[in-house]
Design a protein around this ligand. Structure first.
Ligand code: GTP
Ligand code: SPV
Ligand code: MN
Length: 584
C-alpha cells in the first residue's frame, strides 16, 4: 500500500510527467550531487575553493530575481476569505489554469521529492511539508533552509499530516508564473519561478500563508518575525520577536554585534525571518524558528554592519545574483571594499560603473544558521523560547519615531495593524513607495486580514503573560535626506530600552501614539549623535500623524464590516489624543 506521501507524489508526477523520480534523503553526498547538477546547468559557478570552500554563485534568470506578489494568489472557496489585500482565484479555476501549465512541465527533467520539517526535529510545534520540484537549486536551498530528507520521512511515517507543495520551473516566463495556495486543502502549487519565496515552498508559502490559516484554526501564531535573545549584564536572556517587512532589517537585527557588548549586552540569534509561536505551560508565548538557514539580503552586508554573517558566509553558502571578483570571490554593494578591476556582474557580464549595480539589489546568500557565531544555544529548543516583547517596524523617512511602546495589547495590535513601510527590491515593482503593511504580513497572510487582526486580538486574551508591544524605525531621515540613526549594532541601545520597559524600568514620556523614551532614557554613551538628530528621531509630529490617520482610515475602510471594532476604536482614540494635543 502506498503511504499518503507516495500517493500524493504519484499524483503530482502523473500531472508534471517527469522522466525520473528521486526521493531526497538529505545527505551530504546528495547535496553534492545537487551542486554538481547546478554546475552542469551552467547558471551556477563554483567560487574560490580555498577562500570560500563549498560555496557557489547561482545566477538566476534576469526576470526571476524577487517575489512576484501580483502573481501570488489565495484560492479560498469564498473570495471574502482571501480578503481585499490578497489576489484571489477560485480554487477550481486555479487548478484548471495552473494545472495546464504544470501538465507535462517536467518532461525530460527529474522530479525531486523533498520531505522537510519546519522547526526543530523534536519540537511539538514543528510541522512536516513535502515539496516536489524540478530545480536542483531549490533542493540544495531546501537542504540549507530546513531539516530535510530522512529526518522528515521518519517524523512523517505513514501519516497524512503534511503540507504538499508542487513546484516546477516551467519555462520561467513571468507570463506563465503563478504561486497559488489552497488554504482549505492546505496545498501549494508554484510554477514559472526559481526564486526563493516563490519556489522554496517551505518558506513564505507554507510557513506563513498556509500556516497562518492553521494558526488561526488552532490558536497559535505564524509570523514574519525574527527571534532574538538579548543578554543583559548578569547573563539573563530576554527573548523578543520583531516583524519588519521584507528587506527592512530582520536578519541584521537578529545577528547584530552589539555596540554595548562591553556593558554586558549581547544579542543571540534564534531566527531571522519566521516565527511559529504557541502558548507554553508557563503562560508565555513560546517561539520556534521554523527554518534551519538564513536566506539573507547581500547588499549592505559588510564587516562594519554585520560581521557575524560575514563570518558565517565563508563556507557552505549558496550566493544568488551577487557579483564575482577575478579571484572568484563574491562581491556586492556595501560589502565594505571597492569593486576590484575585472569584476563580473550578477548577470555574468564584465562590469564597469556605467552598468549600474554589480550585484542585484535583492542578491541573497543561503547559509546554514548554525554557522553564525551569534546562534543562540536555545535555537533548537523543542519548547521554543519565551517571548517578552514584540517589535513592529518599517522603513519610514518620516512619521514613526525611533521607538515607542504601546499602551496595552489592544493598542499594540492596532500599532501593528497601522504599520506602513517603503517597498524594497525583495518583491518586483516600485521601490521606495510607502504602503500599509500590517504586521509585515501584507504579502504573507493566507486569509482575510481583518480576521487576522481579530486573531491577534483573541490571542491577547488567551496568553496569560503576553509580550509587550513596541514599534521601531531605523530609517527616519533628516532634512538632508540622510538616515538620522546609525542603525545596525547601535540598535542594541533601543533593545536595551525595550528590555528596561519590559522590566518596568526605563525613562519614558507619554505621547498620543504611546510611550517614547525620555531624553535621558536611551543609553547613548560612546555614540556620536547630535541633540537635534535625537530630538527629530523621537519627535511625534501631529501634522505627519494626521496624514497617516487619513491614509490608514482609507486602508482599514477596505475591510468594511469585517474589521474588528477594536481596531476602529483604537483609530478613533488615537485621533482624539492628537486633537487634545493640538488644541491644548
Ligand atoms: P527579508 O529577508 O527580505 O525578510 O529581509 P530582512 O528584514 O531580514 O532585511 P535585512 O536584515 O536583510 O536588511 C535589508 C537591508 O536593510 C540590507 O541592505 C541592510 O543592510 C539594511 N539594514 C538592515 N538594518 C539596518 C539598519 O539598522 N539601518 C540601516 N540604515 N539599514 C539597515
Ligand atoms: C522576503 O521577501 O521577505 C524574504 C525573502 O525573506 S523570500 O524568501 O523570497 O520571501
Ligand atoms: Mn522575509
Amino acid at each position: 500500500m502506498a503511504t499518503p506521501l507516495e500517493s500524493w507524489v504519484n499524483e503530482a508526477a502523473a500531472l508534471a510527467k517527469p522522466d525520473r523520480l528521486v526521493y531526497c534523503d538529505g545527505s551530504e553526498a546528495e547535496y553534492q550531487r545537487m551542486v554538481a547538477e547546478m554546475l552542469r546547468g551552467g547558471e551556477t559557478v563554483q567560487l574560490n575553493k580555498k577562500t570560500y570552500p563549498n560555496c557557489q554563485l547561482h545566477r538566476s534568470s534576469p526576470n526571476d530575481v524577487a517575489r512576484t506578489e501580483h502573481l501570488t494568489f489565495i484560492c479560498s472557496r469564498d473570495k471574502d476569505d482571501a480578503g481585499p489585500t490578497n489576489n484571489w482565484m477560485d480554487p477550481g479555476a486555479a487548478k484548471h489554469k495552473v494545472g495546464a501549465l504544470l501538465d507535462g512541465a517536467m518532461r525530460g527533467r527529474t522530479m525531486y521529492v523533498v520531505p522537510y520539517i519546519l522547526g526543530p526535529v523534536d519540537s511539538p510545534i514543528s510541522k512536516v511539508g513535502v515539496e516536489v520540484t524540478d530545480s536542483p537549486y531549490v533542493v540544495a536551498s531546501m537542504r540549507i533552509m530546513s531539516r530535510m530528507g530522512k529526518v522528515a520521512m521518519e517524523r512523517l511515517g505513514a501519516s497524512s499530516d503534511f503540507v504538499p507543495g508542487l513546484h516546477s520551473l516551467g519555462d520561467l516566463d513571468p507570463m506563465r508564473r503563478y504561486i497559488v495556495h489552497f488554504p482549505e486543502e492546505k496545498l501549494i502549487w508554484s510554477v514559472g519561478s526559481g526564486y526563493g519565496g516563490n519556489a522554496l515552498l517551505g518558506k513564505k508559502c507554507f510557513a506563513l500563508r498556509i500556516a497562518s490559516v492553521m494558526a488561526r484554526e488552532q490558536s497559535w501564531m505564524a509570523e514574519h518575525m525574527l527571534i532574538l535573545g538579548l543578554e543583559s549584564p548578569g547573563g539573563k536572556v530576554t527573548y523578543m520577536g520583531a516583524a519588519f517587512p521584507s528587506a527592512c532589517g530582520k536578519t541584521n537585527l537578529a545577528m547584530m554585534v552589539s555596540a554595548l557588548e562591553s556593558q554586558g549586552y549581547r544579542v543571540w540569534t534564534v531566527g531571522d525571518d519566521l516565527a511559529w509561536m504557541k502558548i507554553g505551560d508557563d503562560g508565555y508565548l513560546h517561539a520556534i524558528n521554523p527554518e534551519a538557514g538564513f536566506f539573507g539580503v547581500a547588499p549592505g552586508t559588510g564587516m562594519k554592519t554585520n560581521p557575524n554573517v560575514m563570518g558565517a558566509l565563508r563556507k557552505n553558502t549558496v550566493f544568488t545574483n551577487v557579483a564575482m571578483t577575478p579571484e572568484r570571490e563574491p562581491w556586492w554593494e556595501g560589502i565594505g571594499f571597492e569593486p576590484p578591476a575585472g569584476l563580473i556582474n550578477w548577470k555574468g557580464e564584465k562590469w564597469d560603473s556605467s552598468k549600474g549595480a554589480a550585484a542585484h539589489p535583492n542578491a541573497r546568500y543561503t547559509v546554514p544558521a548554525a554557522q553564525s557565531p551569534s546562534i543562540s544555544p536555545k535555537w533548537e529548543a523543542p519548547e521554543g523560547v519565551p517571548i517578552s516583547a514584540f517589535i513592529f517596524g518599517g522603513r519610514r523617512a518620516r512619521v514613526a519615531p525611533l521607538v515607542y511602546e504601546s499602551f496595552d495589547w489592544q493598542h499594540g495590535v492596532f500599532v501593528g495593524a497601522m504599520m506602513a513601510s517603503e517597498t524594497t527590491a525583495a518583491a518586483t515593482g516600485d521601490v521606495g513607495v510607502t504602503r500599509r503593511d500590517p504586521m509585515a504580513m501584507l504579502p504573507f497572510c493566507g486569509y482575510n486580514m481583518a480576521d487576522y487582526f481579530g486573531h491577534w486580538l483573541a490571542m491577547g486574551k488567551k496568553i496569560p503573560k503576553p509580550p509587550k508591544i513596541f514599534h521601531v524605525n531605523w530609517f527616519r531621515r533628516g532634512a538632508d535626506g540622510k538616515f538620522l540613526w546609525p542603525g545596525f549594532g547601535e540598535n542594541v541601545r533601543v533593545l536595551k530600552w525595550i528590555l528596561e520597559r519590559v522590566e518596568g524600568r526605563g525613562a519614558a514620556q507619554e505621547t498620543p501614539i504611546g510611550y517614547v523614551p525620555a531624553k535621558n532614557g536611551l543609553t547613548l554613551d560612546g555614540l556620536k549623535i547630535s541633540d537635534e538628530a535625537l530630538t527629530e528621531l523621537l519627535r511625534v509630529s501631529p501634522e505627519d500623524w494626521e496624514l497617516d490617520l487619513g491614509d490608514s482610515k482609507q486602508f482599514f475602510g477596505k475591510f468594511g464590516e469585517r474589521l474588528p471594532g477594536e481596531i476602529r476604536e483604537e483609530h478613533e482614540k488615537l485621533a482624539r489624543r492628537f486633537q487634545r494635543v493640538v488644541t491644548a
